[in-house]
Design a protein around this ligand. Sequence first.
Ligand SMILES: Cc1cc2nc3c(=O)[nH]c(=O)nc-3n(C[C@H](O)[C@H](O)[C@H](O)COP(=O)(O)OP(=O)(O)OC[C@H]3O[C@@H](n4cnc5c(N)ncnc54)[C@H](O)[C@@H]3O)c2cc1C
Length: 392
Amino acid sequence: MTVERVVVVGGGIGGLSLALGLQRRGIAVTVYERASELREIGAGIIMQPNGRNGLVDLGVDEAVAAVSSCPKVFHACDYATGEVLGERPNAGFAEMYGLPSLAVHRGDLHAVLLAAVRANDADAVHAGHEFVALDQDADGVTARFANGVSDTSPLVVGADGNGSAVRTEVFGGEPARFNGQVAFRALIPLDLVPPIVRERELGMHRGPGRYLLYYTLRGGELMNLIGCGQTDVWEQEGWSIPATTAQFLADYDDFAPHLLDLIRSVPDGELFKWGLYDRQPAPTWTSGRVAIMGDAAHPMTPFLGQGAAMAVEDAVVLARAIAGAGDVTEALDTFQSVRRERGNDVARWSWEEGRALQDPTIANKGAAGYGLLDYNPATVPLTIDRGTATSR
Ligand SMILES: Cc1cc2nc3c(=O)[nH]c(=O)nc-3n(C[C@H](O)[C@H](O)[C@H](O)COP(=O)(O)OP(=O)(O)OC[C@H]3O[C@@H](n4cnc5c(N)ncnc54)[C@H](O)[C@@H]3O)c2cc1C
């Protein structure tokens, strides 16, 4: 019998993408999200051509592009002088891979996905539901939430991010840990930033032990600034922990003068810090009637700009696998066969790239250098590799 309904835990980028992919294939879906309110949090995300291929399949690529920026040139710059060392036109990505890369506010991407899911089914997404446990047998799987609600369905997908409670419940293992990296993040109105930064639109400055990256969002309305570096100091996880420009300036005081001016241009109260947490990619992504996907399966550091794209890729392949399968086992075996190696490799390569981004004496590859950008989750063949499939 085919899978008639799916429960998704986590209403982030991956969970909503899966919901949309299933709805578009005529499969009912219910999403349970821990946050009490689904609102705009986060800052900039890069959506490269492979992720955009997934958004095209979900029918939202145009809507996402309409709220994004499409930087003309990627500038690799010296951290101490600001001099441009290399340029890569975004049009080149469009020529090679069919679509250019976008820079989008995570809140805008999330809002587009949520609106599309709700347009299909106004009651599909339930906020204020924190997953706590599940049990499964041959007839179904029951997900339980902290507020006392439970839901039994043929299939549960954990899309609950890098601290995934579904992963811990079903697969055990170590919890997510602080990984020694702290990012400063700010969104700055464009008219406040130094002219050279405004003109360049996107600049990556690789320095010793740190890098500083800026790019425009919302068609140039905002400049997204991120400085990410190694630290011995333990930081809490979170997306909106306040930070001070004095601390940011002190940590990046050997960077070019216009970059220090950029830090000074952050409006009061608009600078946040973010301690990066992650855990090893999961060796197994499926068990019986349960699968994990996105950061829950392969926590992704931000260094390759692939976290959201990988969640979208997983979502599209899983939706296709569920729609095409005769039963849950076939669907999950297909999903794991097609996605596990790529997802887990990219998580590891992202760490490798992080080391290069924080050491200007070695070359960094970028997602193109790892051969990631020509992947299309909507057309990749769906086949079961019996050596990889483990959900039986
Ligand atoms: C608030 C927030 C802000 C972010 N901002 C940025 C950013 O600015 N730049 C960037 O590169 N990446 C950001 N990320 C990470 C980025 O969204 C992910 O790396 C990427 O999109 C992978 O998507 P995902 O769906 O696997 O995870 P996420 O998009 O992180 O979604 C996971 C979802 O699961 C929910 N959840 C967690 N635990 C439970 C539970 N027990 N029960 C129910 N629901 C649960 C979370 O609230 C979240 O909505 C952010 C993530 C979050 C949650």
